[in-house]
Write a protein that binds this ligand. Structure first.
Ligand SMILES: [Zn+2]
Ligand SMILES: [Zn+2]
Ligand SMILES: [Zn+2]
Length: 194
């Protein structure tokens, strides 16, 4: 019987998948189980191993399992990491802050800084003082800008009010001062538009 593939040489075996007859040259041996297969029923792995269909399926399942367990291990490590991160501040501070993860002085500084940037922009770019509205009127942007340092003032006062826990009075007062200056400047921009 001749080989079904090359039709030249005589066959010595057959493909385990499709059962066509194969000669010595056209036969490929599975590196996994040792079965003979035809070129059509072999897959090459990234490491250039030849595998039959059954061994390929087995290998893919194993890879998926491995990927899943890696993902699970990573998720567990992350959960453990965040849990220990949560515990660290608690062990250092016997009294955790009741309502603020970022402290009031930090929030205050943030708004004050933002307010300072906005106020500065009003002065450097006077065109920003009026924002055209779709109705034809103008929005006086200093009004909006003033709200930002106002938030800074509110948070600074909150920080000062709970000074026993915050212990960052200096920053609160500093933020308060800068915020008041920003408000004054925004107010000036309102009174004397350029
Ligand atoms: Zn052949
Ligand atoms: Zn085959
Ligand atoms: Zn195999």
């Amino acid at each position: 019987m001749e080989c079904d593939l090359c039709k030249i040489r005589s066959s010595v075996g057959y493909c385990a998948e499709c059962h066509i007859l194969l000669c010595e040259e056209c036969t490929i041996r599975c590196d996994g189980c040792g079965k003979t297969v035809c070129p059509e029923h072999v897959s090459r792995t990234s490491t250039l191993r030849s595998l039959c269909a059954a061994c390929t399926a087995e290998r893919e399942a194993a890879l998926q399992l491995q990927a899943r367990s890696t993902r699970r291990r990573r998720a567990e490590a992350e959960a453990a990491g965040s849990a220990s991160a949560d515990q660290t501040p608690n062990t250092k501070e016997p009294m955790p802050p009741p309502f603020a993860r970022p402290r009031p002085w930090q929030v205050s500084l943030f708004y004050t800084g933002l307010g300072a940037v906005f106020t500065e922009m009003l002065f450097f770019f006077p065109g920003l003082q009026r924002f055209p509205l779709p109705g034809g009127g103008f929005l006086r942007t200093p009004f909006v800008v003033m709200c930002v340092p106002l938030l800074g003032i509110a948070w600074a006062l909150a920080g000062i009010a709970r000074r026993k826990r915050d212990a960052n009075q200096l920053w609160c007062f500093l933020s308060l001062g800068v915020a008041v200056v920003c408000m004054a400047l925004a107010f000036l921009a309102l009174r004397f538009p350029r």
